[in-house]
Structures are given as C-alpha cells and as structure tokens.
Design a protein around this ligand. Structure first.
Ligand SMILES: *[C@@H]1O[C@H](CO)[C@@H](O)[C@H](O)[C@H]1NC(C)=O
Ligand SMILES: *[C@@H]1O[C@H](CO)[C@@H](O)[C@H](O)[C@H]1NC(C)=O
Ligand SMILES: *[C@@H]1O[C@H](CO)[C@@H](O)[C@H](O)[C@H]1NC(C)=O
Ligand SMILES: *[C@@H]1O[C@H](CO)[C@@H](O)[C@H](O)[C@H]1NC(C)=O
Ligand SMILES: *[C@@H]1O[C@H](CO)[C@@H](O)[C@H](O)[C@H]1NC(C)=O
Ligand SMILES: *[C@@H]1O[C@H](CO)[C@@H](O)[C@H](O)[C@H]1NC(C)=O
Ligand SMILES: *[C@@H]1O[C@H](CO)[C@@H](O)[C@H](O)[C@H]1NC(C)=O
Ligand SMILES: *[C@@H]1O[C@H](CO)[C@@H](O)[C@H](O)[C@H]1NC(C)=O
Ligand SMILES: *[C@@H]1O[C@H](CO)[C@@H](O)[C@H](O)[C@H]1NC(C)=O
Ligand SMILES: *[C@@H]1O[C@H](CO)[C@@H](O)[C@H](O)[C@H]1NC(C)=O
Ligand SMILES: *[C@@H]1O[C@H](CO)[C@@H](O)[C@H](O)[C@H]1NC(C)=O
Ligand SMILES: [Cu+2]
Length: 524
C-alpha cells in the first residue's frame, strides 16, 4: 500500500516537473561603491547594484540561486546567509531557507552557495536579503517576484512587469558594524540618513539626486508591487491625487480595497492597482519614512523620501506642487490591516496551543526580550540539533527561545496590549499566519482574517495563528533588525519527527558549519 502510494506520488512529481521550469540565477556578492542619496560609501551588494538584481519566476518553478561570496572589506561582515523573505520553503528543502544558525551556518568569503527553492503553488511579491546580523542595511537586499500566469485578479490591471516594482528602503552612510557599535554605546538606534524610493533619495543639505520616475500612460491601470526592504523604518506611502486599490498582501491575494495612503512595515509587501486617471502631469509619490527621533540625525529629512509619477506627455521636470507627507486628517483614507480579507476565504482553525507573549526592553534599548528571553544565535543551528535528535524545548538553551509543536496543530500567538510598547513588525519564516486581531483594531476576526507573514505588534495587542502542518524550524522575529539583533526573536519548530523523516540536506550544506567554524572571527 505504502509502495503504491510512493509510486503514485513519484508519477505525480514527474508530471509536475514536466511543466514547471527550473530557473537559475547567479549573483556575485561584492563590496562596491554606491551613492543612492548622493553620499559615497562602500556597500555589500548583489552584482554591485542597489537594490540587487530583480529575480522572477512563475508559479510552480524551482529557482536555484547561486551566490558567489566575493566580499573582502572586513570593516563589514564578510560571511553571509541569504533569506528569501516570504518565499515559503517546504520541509524537504528547509535547509535552504537561509536563516543563519536556525537552518544553516553562513558561508564565508571566496565560497559559493546555491539555494534551491521549489516554489510550489505560491505566488506574489517577496524579496531576498542577508539575514546575518545587520548586514542587509549595508545594501544586500533585492526583489523576488513569483508571477501567477492565471492571476484571478488580472482583470483589474493592464500592466504588471519589471517596470511596476517599487521598493522603499532606509539608508545609512555608515556601515552597519559602526552603527551597531554606536547603538551599543548610546542605546539609540542610529537614525537613517535617508529614505529611498527605487534606490534613490536625498538627505538634508545633500545634492539634489534626481528622483526615480515612474512613467505612466493616461488611462492605463498599473499593478505596482510595493516592497518594504527597510531594516528599520516604516514608510507612509501615497501618490498625490491618486488612489491605490490593494489586491495583495505578503503573497496573499485580497479582496480589492481602495485607500489613498498606507503604512508599510519593514518586510511587508503590498500590490496596489493605480489607474492613471488624472490630467497629464507630474505627481509626487510620497515615501515618508519614520525612524526614531529626528533630532538624533539632522541629515535625515523624511519629506525628501519621494519619487515622481510622470504621465506620457508631461514635462521632464519635478512636480510644481509642494512636497507633502500625503493626505492628512479627513482627506486620509489610511489602509487598516483588519479591513483586508483574503480573496479566497480560508478560515483559521481553533487553536490547540496558545503562546502569550510580551515584548519588553528591561533598561537598555540594546536588550529586547520576548517574555523574559533575549534570543541569542547558537553555535549549532537549530536544524542540525533536530536532525541529531532534539525533540523538546528542554533540548535547547533558554537563549534559543525555541518552542516545539507536534504535527498538524494550530498555534495562537497572543501579544498582550502594552501601553508602553512601540512598533515591532513580527515576521514568521516559511509560513503565513492569520491576523486574528490587528494591533490597530479591537475586532477579533476568526471568520476571514487577513493572511500574511509580517504583522505589526504595537501597543494595542496582536493575535496571530499558524498551523504546524509544515515540519521545520521557523524563525519568528521582529523585522526591525536592530531589535532582532538585540534579542527579539524565537524559533517555532513544527513536528521534529517530520523534519527527521523528510529533510535530507546536501553535502554542500553539511560542509557549511565546519567551514564557518574554521574561519577566523574577522571573516565570519
Ligand atoms: C550577476 O553577475 C554575473 C557576473 O557578471 C552574471 O553572470 C549574472 O548573470 C548576473 N546576475 C543577474 C541576475 O543579473
Ligand atoms: C580570497 O581569495 C583571494 C585571491 O584569490 C585571496 O587574496 C584572499 O586572501 C582570499 N580570502 C579569504 C578570506 O580566503
Ligand atoms: C559614522 O561613524 C563615525 C565613526 O564611527 C562617527 O564619527 C560618525 O558620527 C558616524 N556618522 C553618522 C552619520 O552616524
Ligand atoms: C556592547 O558594549 C559592551 C560594554 O558596554 C561590550 O561588552 C559588548 O562587547 C558590546 N557589544 C558589541 C556587539 O559591540
Ligand atoms: C517599512 O518598514 C519599516 C520598518 O517597520 C517601517 O518603519 C516603514 O514605515 C515601512 N514603510 C512602508 C512604506 O510601509
Ligand atoms: C491634486 O488635487 C488637488 C486638490 O485635491 C488640486 O489642488 C491639485 O491641483 C491637484 N494636482 C494636480 C497636479 O492636478
Ligand atoms: C525638509 O525638506 C523639505 C523639502 O525640501 C523642506 O521644506 C523642509 O524645510 C526640510 N526640513 C528641515 C527640518 O530642514
Ligand atoms: C509569558 O509571560 C506571561 C506573563 O507572565 C505568561 O502568562 C506566559 O505564559 C508566558 N509565555 C510563555 C510562552 O511562556
Ligand atoms: C518526539 O516527541 C513526540 C511528542 O512528544 C513523540 O511522539 C516522539 O516519539 C518523539 N520522538 C523521538 C524521536 O523521541
Ligand atoms: C499531517 O497532515 C498531513 C496532511 O494531511 C499528513 O500527510 C501527515 O501524515 C500528518 N502528520 C501527522 C504526524 O499526523
Ligand atoms: C497600535 O494600535 C494602537 C491603538 O490600539 C495605536 O494607538 C498605535 O498607534 C498602533 N501602533 C502601531 C505601531 O500600529
Ligand atoms: Cu522590534
């Protein structure tokens, strides 16, 4: 019986691979100069560009991305490990999920590593970034889109291609290593020097770097894929005189919802349809980032984060209207997370387990606790411990903040309201969760709540649910990487027995830890 089932499965897999393509990419990770806001510095870049090259695939493809680590500048980290944020790896390939010290050891300079990502049925907007320390703040971040040739919302837009992908990012003139030293010393997260739209921005007193232009044709409907590749900042995003219809959040298609301003957290993604239905002209795209107390960095001026929406036939010039922060007060129709619902209803199961959490900063800004634990990366990655037999939380140090769940259960994470807390965009790797209660609303929705993989934990309380039907060790952490570095993280392990049955890492993966551990500290 089991043999028969395996044969049927094999036949199905073969049938599938006949239609699905294998798409291969190579990226060189290099130290190279860049000046996205006019200030010259050396960064850590994929193929020398910021953001890195766009990676695309179609639903069902398998993507293989080879990274050649050519880093030499030891004033920044020279090892690396890449997370494909929002790309849901399955159990069999969870060892290529990219989380340092959870699913792999980082790889050092002069070495290469290939990530194999079978995409299955998922679609949507995602991105890739270094998950090691704060390294992605130095530039190692880029976009990864999985197109759906049979998108059920296709009738809502005319254009969805490379020209309609938008990134917002925060940018620092100093390296992340010096930023961390300053953070540790002053207990203040370094305020970014600029906010970038499409990799371009300005800082107060800096050169007038030409803003990124989005060309549009009057009467055309565009699907813009807005991706927040920030390490710290939220962006309040709007387009003068245009509305945006949200149709996707973090890879989940949603019922269309029209807004004119939205707040995108680090790591979050939205697809919005914008119709070029205004008089031919130039319009400001307002990408207003926040990030700490502006008094701590006089170079940072949030108003300078912007781009230009230019109609065909409009002059090659900046808009003549004032630079604003978008619709305010009664004119603002702000996206409320709890108003979003999945296009295809998918109600959450009742929880089998509930984890109640508080996030807490005891006295210093550089220590963040989930309940009473500061997550510290172990030497031996979680996955290796599980493959070697670890089967309960007792098999992990408390500093690994690791929770173990049996197969096919539903886990609820309940962040209690806390009037003193600030924003933490919590992100779960490898899974999407239901947002039963959004921070900003008191509504508890167990019928058709939004499904995503990054949700705000603010001071209002947030309730999430996920299922453990996918065996794997899944990072769950704040996507403000400074907080993550300071300990705001944990690992949710689904079905350790299933992991041991299904995960068969490659030889190249087996060699990562011995190679990394043999590196001198400066090269790690
Ligand atoms: C990155 O650069 C390498 C070396 O020049 C090239 O072979 C590769 O195609 C580039 N990758 C992308 C995605 O552009
Ligand atoms: C990498 O290779 C270059 C030249 O091949 C060599 O100079 C350098 O020392 C190597 N770096 C490391 C960290 O092995
Ligand atoms: C950059 O770092 C240097 C030295 O580490 C420090 O003096 C300087 O103030 C920093 N600049 C910013 C903008 O943080
Ligand atoms: C942070 O500062 C403390 C001393 O206050 C020092 O012991 C520690 O090594 C520093 N950590 C980092 C990462 O710089
Ligand atoms: C991007 O994420 C950062 C970090 O959470 C957040 O501060 C910023 O507002 C987000 N930007 C947008 C456009 O959502
Ligand atoms: C945008 O709308 C405002 C009023 O809402 C109007 O004053 C302004 O002229 C419009 N801008 C353009 C470029 O049409
Ligand atoms: C920020 O930039 C805007 C637009 O140039 C300018 O009007 C404003 O005065 C600047 N803010 C500060 C604090 O300099
Ligand atoms: C976290 O702390 C709260 C309050 O002390 C407690 O009720 C809860 O059980 C703790 N959560 C976990 C996962 O241990
Ligand atoms: C792991 O724990 C589960 C649940 O407690 C148990 O059913 C299973 O037998 C354990 N596996 C091993 C290898 O000990
Ligand atoms: C979990 O559910 C899947 C799919 O229904 C099934 O194949 C698997 O055997 C279940 N696992 C356990 C441990 O029950
Ligand atoms: C969280 O919700 C509260 C209201 O419940 C609101 O005051 C606060 O601004 C929200 N915080 C974030 C980060 O969304
Ligand atoms: Cu945080």
């Amino acid at each position: 019986m089991q043999l028969l089932a395996s044969l049927v499965l094999l036949a199905l897999l073969k049938a599938r691979s006949a239609t699905a393509a294998v798409k291969e990419y190579t990226l060189d990770i290099v130290n190279a100069p860049l000046a996205p806001d006019g200030f010259n510095r050396v960064g850590i870049l994929a193929n020398g560009t910021f953001p890195g090259p766009l990676l695309t695939a179609n639903k069902g493809d398998t993507v293989k991305v080879t990274f050649n680590n050519k880093l030499t500048d030891e004033s920044m980290r020279v090892s690396t490990s890449i997370d494909f944020d929002g790309v849901l790896s399955d159990t069999a390939s969870v060892y290529d999920e990219g989380s340092p010290f959870v699913t792999q050891c980082p790889f050092g300079p002069n070495t290469s590593y290939t990530y194999t990502l079978p995409l299955g049925d998922q679609t949507g907007s995602s991105w890739y970034h270094s998950q090691l320390s704060l390294q992605y703040a130095d530039g190692l971040r880029g976009v990864f889109i999985i197109y759906d040739p049979e998108d059920p919302l296709k009738h809502l837009y005319d254009v969805d291609d490379e020209s309609t992908i938008w990134t917002v990012a925060d940018w620092w003139h100093n390296t992340s290593v010096s930023g961390l030293i300053s953070y540790n010393l002053t207990q203040i997260i370094p305020v970014q020097d600029s906010g970038l739209f499409q990799g371009v921005g300005r800082y107060q007193g800096g050169p007038e770097v030409p803003y990124a232009v989005q060309n549009v044709q009057e009467g055309t409907r565009y699907r813009f894929r807005l991706i927040n590749i920030s390490a710290r900042s939220d962006f309040i995003f709007s387009i003068d005189n245009h509305t945006m219809t949200v149709i996707e959040v973090d890879g989940t298609a949603t019922q269309p919802l029209e807004v004119n301003i939205l707040d995108i957290m680090p790591g979050a993604r939205y697809s919005v349809v914008v119709t070029a239905n205004q008089p031919v002209g130039n319009y400001w795209i307002n990408a207003i980032s926040s990030g700490g107390n502006p008094a701590n960095n006089l170079l940072f001026n949030s108003t300078l984060g912007r781009g230009i929406l230019r109609y065909a036939g409009a002059p090659d010039a900046e808009p003549t209207t004032p630079m604003t922060k978008g619709p305010q007060g009664a004119a603002a129709n702000l996206l409320q997370e709890h108003e979003l619902t999945p296009l295809i209803p998918n109600p959450p199961p009742e929880p089998d387990f509930t984890l109640t959490f508080t996030t807490f900063m005891p006295d210093k800004e550089t220590v963040w606790l989930l309940n009473d634990t500061q997550y510290t990366p172990p030497k031996v990655p979680t996955l290796i411990k599980i493959l070697d037999g670890a089967n309960s939380s007792a098999d992990f140090a408390q500093s690994e903040n690791t929770f173990i769940f049996p197969a096919n259960k539903t886990v609820e994470i309940n962040f209690l309201p806390d009037p003193t807390d600030e924003l933490h965009p919590f992100h779960l790797h490898g899974n999407r969760f239901w947002v039963i209660k959004s921070n900003e609303s008191d509504i508890v929705n167990t019928i058709n709540p939004v499904i995503r993989d990054v949700a705000a934990k603010g001071n209002g309380g947030t309730i999430l649910r996920f299922t453990t039907d996918k065996p794997g060790p899944w990072f769950f952490h704040c996507h403000i990487f400074w907080h993550f570095w300071a300990g705001l993280g944990s690992v949710m392990v689904s079905d350790p027995d299933g992991i041991r049955q299904q995960v068969r890492p490659t030889e190249a993966w087996d060699e990562l830890c011995p190679a990394y551990n043999a590196l001198p500290p400066a090269e790690q």
